[in-house]
Design a protein around this ligand. Sequence first.
Ligand SMILES: NC(=O)c1ccc[n+]([C@@H]2O[C@H](COP(=O)([O-])OP(=O)(O)OC[C@H]3O[C@@H](n4cnc5c(N)ncnc54)[C@H](OP(=O)(O)O)[C@@H]3O)[C@@H](O)[C@H]2O)c1
Length: 358
Amino acid sequence: MVKAKKYILVNYFVNEAKSTDLKLVEEELPLLQNGGRKDYIIIYYDRAHIYIFLFLLEYLVETEYLSVDPYMRPYVRDLPLGTTMIGSQVAKIVESKNPSFPVGKKIVGNLGWRTHTIIDPKTEDLFFKQKPYLLPDIDELPSSLGLGMLGMPGNTAYFGLLEICKPKSGETIVISGAAGAVGSHVGQIAKNLGLNVIGICGSDEKCKWLTEEMGFDFAINYKTMPVAARLREVAPQGVDCYFDNVGGDISGIVMYQMNLFGRVAVCGSISSYDADTSSLPKCAILQPALVTNQLKMEGFIVKRWSDRWNEGIMQNLQWIREGKLRYRETVTKGFENMFDAFIGMMRGDNIGKAIVQV
Ligand SMILES: NC(=O)c1ccc[n+]([C@@H]2O[C@H](COP(=O)([O-])OP(=O)(O)OC[C@H]3O[C@@H](n4cnc5c(N)ncnc54)[C@H](OP(=O)(O)O)[C@@H]3O)[C@@H](O)[C@H]2O)c1
């Protein structure tokens, strides 16, 4: 019998999440099932064809890396108490009745905060409606990239930038949340496409990393610099694209410095995730900026491109191999430190992708 550890939700988060909102429990997993009779093998033939239907048999995985992501904070509102905390992970197949998922291979799946999982290949997760998939062959690269540049955040950067901002060489882009998983990736693609890239983030160390290692042209520390004045200095020509990860005041400031027909990709609004949702948020009046400069502002969720998921992963993999994308991870060791890693990421402790290694 395998014992899994998992975190369950015992209280809804109020303002900043507390460690007591989650509880670490153990669960004994049952033996693997072969699936129902009709699930695992149906073969028949006529004169011209043989039809073989997919095997749908269970397999057991052991978690190697877990992701902590900002979406976990707002999405928890929709979970019944007692549910396993949501999240994605890279896990190794340790037992299998399924020839498509052999022992030794690794998968990426939205399995939640847990150490061992029996996977029924038919089941999609609650939020992303995505089935676990085999981690592509990435050779010497760390498998944790399946949660970052070669996973959901990487695809968010790739599709959000290309499909919503529609960037053109010579334009200026501003990225908020610039030193995180999505932001640092967006900036690098934009730079490769020939844009002038300006990042906004929360520390001098992050600013230094963006400009000295990630190829950003300028970085603004929103905690210590006057963002509006500094942005006018570094982008006197105005802003054409804004990739918005944070919302709130920073976004209002950027949007009032945008050029005619500028494009805004609204990816997230982490500045509001801990806010009390029962009272209306304060927000800047954006309509004059939108109307005067005929801006286009569009929110998106990366699963919009689930039919092109593999395209994003393969393109980002190629760019990493060609040295056109660099990655950095902030790795917390130990499953028992999941909550600290999560809250640390929400507070801005991470540079690049925040990961937990079990
Ligand atoms: N639409 C989609 O499909 C999709 C998919 C993935 C992610 N997202 C969104 O993309 C954004 C970035 O996600 P990520 O995974 O790359 O996270 P991340 O940027 O790696 O980590 C979160 C960062 O947010 C910053 N932050 C925290 N509170 C802030 C505040 N009040 N104001 C400004 N910045 C704040 C912190 O950096 P600082 O030190 O700079 O403050 C922190 O490091 C989030 O809003 C997330 O919800 C959307």
